[in-house]
Design a protein around this ligand. Structure first.
Ligand SMILES: Nc1ncnc2c1ncn2[C@@H]1O[C@H](COP(=O)(O)OP(=O)(O)OP(=O)(O)O)[C@@H](O)[C@H]1O
Length: 757
């Protein structure tokens, strides 16, 4: 035991006491706020009701209702703040802090002791008992080794001498581990954290953030941050901490809703959903690319990344080349040029119909557009056309409202219908009966013409699909027929989605969201340049944090990090790009990491974190029956001391086949794109659904030469192996994949189901 542990425990106890006191007062305040909120809400409902009943008091009650509404909003906010404080205090109570630094500021004679935890805590005299890990001074804990250190404050760079750095593990108020260290954050605590079993949810890494991860977390100077990190290097962990940091750093100007994270799949979204709440912050918005696209293409089946991956296997070389062209930045530039040069006669306007009859003909729309000055930007001309159409629609409504037919309709309305059309207006509020009739007549026509208004508002008077097909015909003629054919079946290939949306936005001038301040994209190596350009276009104000591992490229060719940064900075028009590389892998035991790095051509750059475990196991079998038998044995073995085993396959067909073979023997789950949570037992999933996840035990079935024949398979095999934290088993049916042959035999244990000659 550390000699100072008893003294430190006394301090923990004292801090706990303060936390308990804060908890009591906050609980009281929270209960009061809750009661106040429900009373204000009750009042609001009553007042709102009065408003609709009492005619004379209308103005007065309206103002009152507004006031009440504001009061409700304020009370909701107050209650939320107190609720969050309560959650934070409860978390602090279990483990108030994890670090201590003693620093001597320049010019001072006595060192100051600071304790660092997930949130700040002050006593009644405003002395800091705990500093938030995101406070400027806390960066010393993550960055500094003993001696002279610097840290950034809003007022500039400060320097100090770091005299002592201490780490704690505190569980339920008791110090279970504590030691002094000179390293950034010492190995010992990290060792024990990483040795734990996997969990349904990712944990925060606040107590053990490493120096280079800290760089990512605290960067506020760059508009494009590209993190290239090897598998398991903490990219995802670091960005979640970064989001928490940004929310703290810009707390007056940034809220969680202004941050979007694109995640690789829904399982991943679920897996990371607890990290920010555990740091006392609200979750950012999370989306998968498929979700983003399907919201924008209603009525069309947009191919998902996974379907594209499955399709790639059957794609001819010619079609692969076409696909690559559509995914390149150059294709998006072509589109821009095409739109800039579009003349009115080339725009694919379409009739607006009402009940099958032409209401606004495409000729009329075309003439409207053409009548506007050609020097005007296309987006302005388009908007102006829209305004003119709406004006004409209003005119038609007025005309139609005076028609005999409509006036007759007004006469024959039932009382209930009449009241419905009156809406918030009151009977008798009009000076003349005729005015009231006219009003009702207009309401009737408006209702009938609502589809026209919607069509104009939603830009349905231009056929963007036809426009895109026209673009393809002139710029990539080989691709036009397939696009049209897909469309007939209401399908859209993934590579057409971003260019199509871009084309639409470039013409209509719509589709942008200026409120998003930060856009995070995980597994960026799986995105095409065209998709990234489109996302940047949609979120023009957002700073970008892109995380990737070129080696885990399932969908795109491998690319060097620096090349990728240069390419991205140009195509995304970044002013201050920065590349950060993470080369240390934390997820797996050193045996697994050393094995998987041997798969890579430049695997030397991967550094294994020194956490020992069994070597990966390679089981050689000669036929399907033997390999299935070995697989069953291995699953049984793993399930004896673990609650979950992941069987990760190359594709869906393989997953389905194995499910058929195994579900009678084990509690087996075949995971699909729609799954959100990971059950226990044997789970079978194709690699693209396992992206970003980790498992105690991973088995890869059929790593034979016929399944992984060439260098292109490296990314897939590497990604599968790197999902394993503690145990990795590979089974080959027949000759092993050539990539695995290159791995030095001392890096794994082999097992044969047949006699070696
Ligand atoms: N500083 C750290 N302290 C504790 N655990 C860490 C740290 N960095 C990473 N880890 C752990 O290592 C594992 C891998 O981290 P993470 O999933 O963030 O890596 P990644 O680079 O996104 O991985 P991949 O690209 O392979 O999906 C996680 O279990 C994470 O908790």
């Amino acid at each position: 035991m550390h000699p100072e542990q008893p003294a430190e425990q006394v301090r923990v106890d004292k801090v706990e006491q303060v936390i308990a006191e804060h908890l009591t007062t906050t609980e009281l305040a929270h209960a009061k706020a809750k009661a106040e909120l429900s009373s204000v809400e009750r009042n609001y409902v009553q007042n709102a009701r009065i408003n609709t009943l009492e005619v004379d008091d209308r103005m007065e009650t309206n103002a009152e209702v507004q006031q009440q509404k504001q009061l409700v909003a304020k009370n909701v906010a107050d209650e939320e703040i107190l609720n969050r404080q309560l959650t934070t205090l409860k978390q602090l109570k279990k483990s108030p802090y994890f670090g201590r630094i003693d620093i001597l500021e320049t010019g001072e004679s006595q060192a100051e002791t600071l304790y660092i935890g997930t949130a700040s805590l002050v006593d009644d005299h405003q002395n800091f008992l705990i500093y938030d890990w995101r406070a400027p001074i806390s960066s010393i804990y993550y960055n500094g080794t003993l001696g002279q250190v610097e840290y950034e404050t809003p007022g500039g760079i400060q320097s100090a001498e770091l005299k002592k750095k201490r780490q704690f593990t505190i569980v339920n108020g008791q110090i279970t581990n504590m030691f002094d260290t000179n390293e950034t954050v010492g190995d010992e605590i990290l060792q024990s954290v990483l040795g734990q079993q996997s969990d349904e949810y990712m944990r925060n890494i606040v107590a053990t953030i490493q120096r280079e991860q800290n760089d990512i977390i605290r960067d506020t100077k760059h508009d494009l941050l590209l993190v290239q990190g090897v598998a398991g290097s903490g990219k995802t962990s670091a960005i979640l901490q970064r989001i928490a940091f940004l929310l703290y750093h810009s707390r007056t100007s940034l809220v969680a809703d202004q941050i979007i994270l694109f995640s690789p799949n829904r399982l991943f979204s679920h897996y990371i959903s607890e990290v920010l709440p555990s740091l006392g912050e609200r979750n950012m918005r999370q989306l998968t690319l498929a979700e983003f696209l399907s919201q924008r293409f209603q009525g069309l089946q947009v191919e998902s990344l996974f379907e594209r991956y499955e399709r790639k296997e059957s794609l001819s070389l010619g079609n692969q080349a076409l696909q690559a062209k559509k995914e390149a930045a150059a294709f998006m530039s072509e589109l821009e040029k095409y739109v800039n040069a579009l003349t009115s006669s080339k725009l694919c306007f379409t009739d607006i119909l009402l009940d099958g009859h032409v209401f606004f003909s495409k000729e009329e729309i075309y003439e409207t557009f053409a009548s506007l000055p050609a020097a005007m930007k296309i987006t302005h001309r388009f908007l102006e056309t829209k305004n003119l159409l709406i004006k004409r629609l209003k005119h038609r409504i007025n005309q139609e409202a005076q028609s005999e037919a409509v006036l007759e309709q007004v006469d024959s309305l039932s009382d209930a219908k009449y009241r419905k059309y009156l809406g918030t207006k009151r009977r008798g509020a009009f000076q003349e009966v005729a005015a009231e009739v006219e009003y009702i007549a207009k309401q009737i026509v408006k209702e009938r013409f609502a589809v026209i208004y919607d069509a104009i508002y939603n830009n349905h008077f231009i056929d963007i699909y036809e426009q895109y097909a026209a673009f393809l015909t002139t710029h990539l003629p080989e691709a036009a027929a397939t696009f049209n054919q897909n469309l007939e079946y209401h399908r859209l290939a993934l590579e057409d989605a971003a260019p199509l949306l871009y084309l639409r936005d470039l013409i209509t001038g719509e589709g942008q969201n200026n409120t998003i301040a930060h856009l995070f994209i995980d597994e960026v190596q799986d995105y095409s340049s065209a998709q990234l350009i489109y996302l940047k276009h949609v979120f023009p104000k957002a700073n970008l944090t892109l995380l990737g591992d070129g080696e885990q490229a399932l969908f795109n060719p491998l690319m060097q990090a620096q090349t990728m940064l240069t390419k991205l900075a140009t195509s995304l028009d970044a002013k201050k790009p920065r590349l950060i590389a993470l080369n240390k892998s934390y997820r797996s035991t050193s045996e697994i990491t050393n094995f998987m790095k041997a798969l890579l051509p430049d695997g030397d750059k991967v550094i294994a974190f020194s956490r020992p475990g069994p070597k990966p196991k390679l089981i050689f079998t000669q036929n399907a029956a033997e390999s299935l038998a070995s697989l069953k044995k291995e699953v049984t073995l793993r399930l004896t001391d673990s609650k979950q085993v992941a069987l990760i396959t190359k594709n869906l067909a393989e997953s389905k086949y194995l499910y058929e073979q195994l579900h009678r023997d084990f509690n087996t789950h075949l995971l699909t794109d729609g799954d959100r949570a990971l059950p226990s037992g044997l789970i079978i999933l194709p690699i693209y659904l396992a992206k970003g996840l980790e498992f105690d035990n991973v088995i890869s079935y059929d790593v034979s030469a016929s399944n992984y024949p060439d260098e292109e398979s490296i990314g897939i095999l590497y990604t599968i192996c790197s999902r394993a934290m503690h145990n990795l088993t590979l089974i080959t049916n027949g000759p092993v994949a050539p990539i695995l042959k290159k791995v030095a035999p001392h890096l794994y244990t082999s097992q044969h189901t047949f006699k070696l000659s």
